[in-house]
Design a protein. Structure first.
Length: 342
């Protein structure tokens, strides 16, 4: 394995994200009956500060809107779509979709794939097998198999797969996702179907050249197949070359977390450039501050503003302005996804 000795602090960010999500759920910003199963000693975790809860809420709701739109557009067009979450950590999105969309919409999701370091996928696979509520989302338990020494889990619709995303995609992802399998079964992903990639707080831990290579590679695969659209959602910190950014970067460095992907992306425009330079045909970006101000429905803003007392609204705006969701789209032959993310 090419795992690098310094990766443990990067993997530890998964627990931060999961604990933040759990806290936002406990404080009733978000609904998620599954996250408690993926946080060790969930009942002992102290809540996070209001600022973190609000950030988690805004990010999670906004990404939900984009993912739901993708599923709905695919359903309307009668196509089965695929979702690939890279650096998926303890994310519960698959189970939330499976629970909410037990009806026809869920039927339009052909495959949902999650990829993370083997240490993370092994823990997640064990948690899934242990919890009835998580197993229930995967359908018939006889169709759920551990693979690759317990680092992977396969089921008819959901796959959890181990890997280091900094490896060249032709070595890691090509054989893992797009090659026929040993048991004679088809490849896990079909490049001709509409496919949505999710990178939630992941690319910032990789060098810009590794992340561009990854995006370019997915674009090439989809261009070759030419039918389904390719969508990509990225969530990350950005604009870190100001005073706030220096504080953030220093805090992370103290934990030995380095952000090779943070430095060359100082503005919203460069978040868009990353998509356009890697072959996507359209891109948009919004900061969490903008999303909270203009896209969260007013009833929701009112509801969440009553959940906790927040005295630092200026600080909140400053923090939210340093996180962005950006998304890119490459249309296939069918233009059903053309209105996605508008
Ligand atoms: N996407 C999840 C979420 O939003 O809850 C987890 C976010 S967590 C901050 C970052 C995740 O990316 C961790 O689980 C970490 O292990 C994973 N990650 C970072 N670099 C990676 C790499 N090179 N290969 C695979 N996974 C990686």
């Amino acid at each position: 394995s090419r795992a690098q000795a310094g990766d443990a602090p990067i993997r530890s960010t998964d627990n931060d994200a999961a604990v933040a999500r759990l806290s936002a759920v406990q404080k009733q910003y978000l609904e998620d009956p599954f996250i408690k199963y993926l946080v060790p000693r969930a009942h002992l975790q102290p809540p996070r500060p209001p600022l973190i809860n609000i950030g988690t809420y805004v990010r999670s709701s906004a990404i939900d809107v984009l993912v739901d739109q993708w599923l709905e557009l695919s359903a309307v067009s009668g196509q089965r779509c695929q979702i690939v979450s890279l650096g998926s950590g303890s994310d519960t999105r698959f189970w939330r979709i499976a629970a909410r969309r037990a009806g026809p919409l869920k039927q339009h999701m052909q495959t949902y794939v999650e990829i993370d370091f083997p240490e993370i996928t092994t823990k997640k696979a064990m948690a899934i097998r242990k919890r009835k509520d998580l197993m229930a989302g995967l359908g018939d338990p006889n169709g759920v198999l551990l693979a690759q020494g317990g680092t992977a889990l396969h089921s008819p619709q959901y796959y959890l797969l181990p890997g280091d995303l900094r490896q060249p995609p032709s070595e890691l992802l090509e054989p893992m996702l797009f090659s026929p399998r040993e048991n004679g079964r088809a490849a896990i992903l079909d490049p001709s179907l509409p496919t949505l990639l999710l990178f939630e707080c992941v690319l910032v831990y990789m060098s810009p050249s590794s992340s561009s290579r990854l995006l370019e590679w997915f674009v090439q695969i989809h261009k070759r197949a030419r039918t389904g659209a390719l969508g990509c959602i990225v969530y990350e910190m950005f604009g870190l070359n100001d005073a706030f950014g220096r504080v953030m970067i220093n805090n992370l460095r103290e934990r030995q977390i380095y952000l090779p992907g943070a430095e060359p992306y100082p503005t919203s425009e460069s978040l868009l450039d990353r998509f356009l330079k890697t072959g996507f045909s359209a891109a948009r970006a919004l900061t969490l501050k903008e999303i909270r101000k203009s896209y969260i429905p007013s009833e929701e803003l009112e509801r969440t503003s009553k959940l906790e007392f927040l005295d630092e609204t200026e600080e909140l705006d400053l923090v939210l302005a340093h996180y962005a969701i950006s998304w890119g789209l490459l249309l296939g032959n069918s233009d059903m996804n053309a209105t996605w993310g508008q």
